[in-house]
Design a binder for this molecule. Structure first.
Ligand code: ADP
Ligand code: ZN
Length: 433
């Protein structure tokens, strides 16, 4: 099902035209209503009427998380405070929170794009949908909430935590959809098993998972463990929250709501635009938001874009799975490592649970790199030789994917800390030194 066929299936030419008009309007607005933007544009020698086509977007200055902090809390608002009806802040995965202000119209847009996501997952007005993203300043809970309300589903606003109750209500209320982080979904999958209630007594069939990077391997795990179809839900506070992009029934890339959020891919080191299909840093310009529009915001998320029409009929651009954030990338003994690469290896090995932790340190000027993995109950053994063999196999697979060989530490079942929100999978002790 498609929520807004006009926008989601528009011809590429029409989309371009619409994006240009909306971008021009946004540039005018920020130039005249927001001093920091005007100053930056003047420094770059660019005025609103220099933006004649979408290609001219490269003339505009970038914005970054840093700018949001510098103008903390309200310096980048483009409307008077009287127009702002909601404030949210990022969960601060990477430092101090950044604040975003929404007008009534911005909240409507959030509902609209969220509705596209949940409709694409096959959910609708007859479904109970459990929202187990955290509610509060973090956009996950309230973002999924407005999406479910907009499609007319029955929203169950659980927030995260209180896991036993989550399972009880999921069962008793017959929740069909579950929206949460993939790592919390894993946690809930275990809790569901522990509850002893037979799977057939649950109506759950669809997951809307996001707010953190996850791999195809993790999707497989979640789909098998929970007996559902697991879809990607992408978003970030600065742009609006969850709802910036979503998968469709083909699970073949994350469609972006590009009539609201115009994406570019740039070289993370130089900021130069990259050709279509290349992997680089995702950059968004919001082209309909009033409260705090952002032009060319550097997400630090690494991905690539595909402009081909999808089998679902949507023409909207699709991004590939987020490899990670530029700043999630570890450099260990000179080699670039993303946690998602480790995850993909772990999910391939049947003896392992999809729980893991990377620990990096520096001893005598040399990087140490440990990967802790959890062995499944059924495979955990006191037999030393069996465990050693498994360890060797994991090391070997990691070496061939990463190009360096970590120390593998096998942990007992359920010993690695579970996450109820965004998982923290990296401990880099070098930063503390
Ligand atoms: P914070 O920056 O504090 O984590 P947000 O909650 O706004 O604040 O997080 C947004 C970020 O979360 C994105 O930039 C991206 O790195 C990550 N993210 C969100 N959804 C997904 C997803 N579906 N896949 C991968 N990463 C995601
Ligand atoms: Zn599609």
């Amino acid at each position: 099902m498609i929520w807004n066929e006009t926008m989601e299936c528009m011809s590429r030419d029409d989309m371009h035209r619409l994006q240009r008009i909306r971008l021009q309007r946004t540039v005018e607005r920020v130039y005249h209503n927001c001093e920091p933007y005007r100053k930056r544009m003047q420094e770059k020698g660019v005025a609103p009427n220099d933006i004649r086509s979408m290609d001219d977007i490269v003339k505009l200055p970038f914005t970054s998380k840093r700018d949001l902090r510098d103008y903390y809390p309200f310096g980048l608002l483009c409307t008077p405070m009287s127009e702002i009806v909601r404030l949210q802040a990022s969960s601060g995965t990477t430092g101090k929170p950044v604040v975003v202000g929404y007008t009534r119209n911005d909240l409507n847009i959030w509902g609209e794009v969220g509705a596209r996501c949940f409709t694409a997952y096959g959910l609708g007005r007859n479904d109970v949908i459990q929202v187990s993203y955290g509610y509060g300043l973090f956009t996950g809970g309230l973002g999924a909430h407005v999406a479910v309300e907009t499609i007319g589903g029955a929203v169950l606003p659980m927030s995260s935590g209180n896991t036993e109750k989550q399972i009880m209500l999921m069962h008793d209320f017959g929740a069909v959809g579950l929206a949460c982080t993939p790592s919390y979904a894993l946690y809930l999958a275990d809790a569901l098993l522990d509850s002893g209630i037979p799977r057939e007594e649950f109506k759950l069939k669809t997951g809307a998972f996001g707010a953190e990077p996850w791999t195809e391997g993790m999707r497989k795990e979640l789909q098998e463990k929970l007996g559902i179809k697991a879809y990607d839900l992408y978003g970030l506070t600065e742009i609006i929250g969850p709802g910036v992009g979503h998968e469709c029934e083909y699970q073949d890339g994350t469609h972006l709501c590009e009539d609201h959020f115009y994406p570019e891919i740039v070289d993370p080191a130089t900021g130069e635009p990259l050709p279509p299909g290349a992997t680089g840093e995702l950059v968004f310009s919001t082209i309909t938001k009033d409260g705090m529009p952002l032009l060319r915001f550097r997400t630090r998320d690494l991905t690539s874009l595909n402009y081909e029409t999808c089998r679902c009929g949507r023409t909207s651009v699709r991004m590939s799975r987020i490899l990670g954030r530029c700043d999630d990338m570890l450099i260990v003994r000179g080699v670039n490592v993303f946690p998602s690469q480790v995850e993909s290896v772990i999910c391939e090995i049947p003896q392992l649970e999809p729980h893991y932790l990377l620990i990096v340190d520096r001893v005598n000027n040399l990087d140490t790199f440990e990967v802790q993995v959890e062995v499944k109950d059924a495979f955990f053994s006191d037999e030393m030789s069996k465990m050693l063999e498994l360890k060797k196999h994991i090391s070997h697979r990691l070496q061939s994917v990463l190009g360096i060989s970590p120390d593998v530490k096998l942990s007992e079942p359920r010993s690695i800390e579970r996450s109820q929100g965004k998982a923290r999978r990296v401990i880099d002790k070098r930063i503390l030194k």
